[in-house]
Design a protein around this ligand. Structure first.
Ligand SMILES: [Zn+2]
Length: 250
């Protein structure tokens, strides 16, 4: 596994992004996400706190925090005294079910967000959109993980604005974004998503719940359609992932 060090992987990020202060654990998390999403660390790889701490040149505490977060998100499995493994890429059935739930719930979340959002919330959503746009313009592979995190933050913000705790609980437990990005990140996919995101924010900003609902619905359906070819690629072409074995997937 080609694990990148914190210095090699994150120094550039920090120069590019003076606006955000991230903790050491956030940095480790983000670096690992980048390598998980791009499959540089393939499904089935073993991860240990000790090795990662040495590789990143940090203490075990931030590594442990990052691993627990990744475990909560379903990207790694295991126990901290027995080691962690990178989770297999989920099946096509999982993706279909995830998209169905998102299609059912997220348009409603966007409609409710249009009722509830304040100017600050809209600003925050716009800021997330422009950060994603910037990453696509830069277009480097190291941005994979960051884009996935921002996309997740965009959808989570809208879901939080719905002010419906049960909906939030259900959607957050899908952990859809990171898995989807692990399936495929592509600049054209990201560009299309950015335009769709802007329409959602327009609806929310105009307090037009119908427009926000329609824009979110269109976004989820387009996203599913963009991903369908990659479902098939992930089931028919697993050797493309170095070190990954389909046997480890379920
Ligand atoms: Zn999105």
């Amino acid at each position: 596994m080609a694990l990148k060090t914190r210095t090699a992987h994150l120094a550039g990020d920090e120069q590019d992004e003076p606006r955000t202060k991230r903790s050491l654990s956030d940095e480790v998390y983000e670096s690992l996400i980048t390598q998980l999403v791009s499959l540089e660390i393939p499904p089935g790889s073993r991860l240990t706190v000790d090795t990662l701490a040495r590789t990143f040149g940090v203490s075990q505490t931030p590594v442990r925090a990052a691993l627990i977060r990744l475990q909560t998100e379903g990207l790694i499995v295991g126990k901290h005294n027995a080691g962690f493994w990178v989770a297999p890429i989920p099946t096509e059935k999982y993706f279909s079910e995830t998209y169905l739930m998102r299609e059912l719930l997220e348009p409603e979340a966007a409609a409710l967000a249009a009722d509830n959002a304040r100017a600050d919330d809209v600003r925050q959503l716009r800021e997330l959109c422009s950060q994603m746009e910037q990453l696509v313009l830069e277009g480097t592979k190291k941005n994979y993980g960051r884009f996935a995190i921002l996309d997740d933050a965009f959808h989570s913000t809208i879901i939080t604005l719905s002010d419906n705790g049960i909906m939030k609980h259900v959607l957050e437990n899908l952990h859809a974004h990171m898995h989807l990005f692990r399936l495929r990140y592509h600049a054209s996919v990201a560009e299309e998503a950015i335009e769709e995101h802007k329409k959602i924010v327009d609806g929310i900003q105009n307090r037009d719940s119908s427009a926000a609902r329609a824009a979110m619905s269109a976004h989820i359906i387009s996203s599913r359609n963009r991903m369908i070819p990659f479902y098939h690629a992930s089931t028919t072409n697993p050797p493309a992932m170095p070190g990954a074995t389909r046997e480890s997937a379920q």
